[in-house]
Design a protein around this ligand. Structure first.
Ligand SMILES: NC(=O)c1ccc[n+]([C@@H]2O[C@H](COP(=O)([O-])OP(=O)(O)OC[C@H]3O[C@@H](n4cnc5c(N)ncnc54)[C@H](O)[C@@H]3O)[C@@H](O)[C@H]2O)c1
Length: 357
């Protein structure tokens, strides 16, 4: 995903790619070839931070590295850090990222890039304008674990609802096998409901065999929206009860093309970061408080399963409650044997870690 950041930086025309840090030289060589660039290469990211003192740092390791490398970069006081989602592997580490950036006066954004999709922004505007009345229910489906896929959805709920606050979460998980995703334990299946302050509710069913896509079905008192990453359909009294398709144009991607998620959104995210750094805007759509909220909502599902209760937000637990359940013997896999569903991303002899750090 770091390449997506690079594409965004280069295509926005507002950045210079000065250096890369990766444990594997081959990964950096691939970037050079893909983008026809020649930044400095480092196999030690702290050495890169020390030598280069970048204005903007992107963090694109697996989840466990997000806090470590954001906190390390913050100590060098760049102007901004763009860190991949999920914000961290635990709510406590995410909180430390906020503290580290705050005390060093560093702007921190989390790359929930779908906030920059024209279809998502149009849906948010339609909802704010009352096109579906009061939102009563937002339904979504996910896969490959709550932290990976579904932090995008908890963030999407809030984006659609003008960043309303989640007030409680209730959910459950099934974990019969020792399933991991990017060095993070995940469940085999999950289901969760989220309540928002202004009355809306949302749910996620994850890894339960349903059709899987980013987007949502939004049900309101006066109408409905069927949202995808490329377009949306609206049904209300003004559309005479028929589905009306809206295909908003991107700045870089036009309706009918497939590049909205990783092209349009990636460049728009980079552009807005440059505007934020240069003081042209007060905040960034992916400002870290949103990523933190989205992460807390996911960990609240685990906490609900652990405590058998509706979890009132904000979440008080700083550890990963799924880990706590497993380590305490509350949720021992019935079919033991660790497996990593992202092992195909690794290089060399790696099988279940992207880093030995
Ligand atoms: N926003 C999105 O839609 C989206 C999509 C895909 C992935 N992601 C996120 O991006 C992150 C990375 O996922 P990926 O699939 O790109 O992983 P990847 O395995 O393709 O890349 C991770 C890279 O980090 C490097 N790395 C690990 N430890 C390092 C260290 N200590 N110093 C320097 N480099 C180090 C690895 O060598 C590897 O090249 C994950 O957190 C994932 O959730 C987000």
């Amino acid at each position: 995903m770091a390449r997506n950041h690079i594409r965004g930086y280069l295509e926005s025309g507002r950045y210079e790619l000065v250096a890369l840090a990766d444990l594997h030289e081959s990964a950096m060589e691939e970037v050079d070839r893909s983008f026809d660039v020649s930044p400095a290469h480092y196999t030690d990211a702290r050495e890169m931070l020390e030598d280069v003192r970048p204005d903007v740092v992107s963090v694109g390791t697996w989840h466990e590295g997000h806090a470590e490398w954001t906190i390390a970069a913050a100590a060098y006081r760049p102007k901004a850090i763009l860190c991949e989602k999920p914000m961290a592997d635990t709510p406590g580490r995410a909180e430390q990222m906020l503290i580290a950036c705050n005390r060093n006066d560093v702007k921190l954004a989390i790359a929930h890039q779908r906030r920059f999709l024209p279809s998502y922004t149009l849906a948010r505007q339609m909802i704010a304008d009352g096109a579906v009345g009061d939102v009563q229910w937002i339904a979504s489906v996910g896969a490959q674990g709550l932290p990976n896929y579904c932090t995008h959805q908890t963030d999407m709920f809030r984006y659609l609802l003008s960043d309303d606050t989640c007030t409680w979460v209730m959910g459950n998980v099934e974990r019969k096998t020792d399933r991991w995703e990017r060095n993070t334990r995940i469940e085999d299946a999950a289901e969760a409901t989220f309540q928002f302050a202004r009355g809306a509710r949302a749910n996620i069913i994850c890894d339960l065999g349903a059709e899987v896509y980013q987007g949502a079905k939004i049900y309101g008192s006066e109408g409905m929206i069927d949202l995808t990453v490329e377009d949306l359909k609206l049904l209300n009294a003004d559309t005479s009860g028929k589905w009306e398709t809206h295909q908003p144009e991107g700045r870089w991607v036009q309706p009918g093309a497939t590049g909205f998620e990783y092209h349009e959104a990636g460049v728009a995210q980079a552009l807005e970061l440059a505007d934020w750094v240069e003081g042209q805007i007060e905040t960034h759509r992916g400002e870290a408080q949103h990523g933190y909220h989205a992460l807390q909502m996911i960990h609240a599902v685990y906490e609900s399963a652990r405590c058998h209760e509706r979890v009132v937000m904000p979440l008080q637990t700083r550890l990963n409650p799924l880990n706590v359940m497993i380590d305490s013997g509350h949720l021992t896999p019935e079919r033991p044997g660790k497996y990593e569903i992202r092992a195909m991303r690794l290089r060399g002899e790696g099988m279940d870690q992207d880093s030995t750090a």
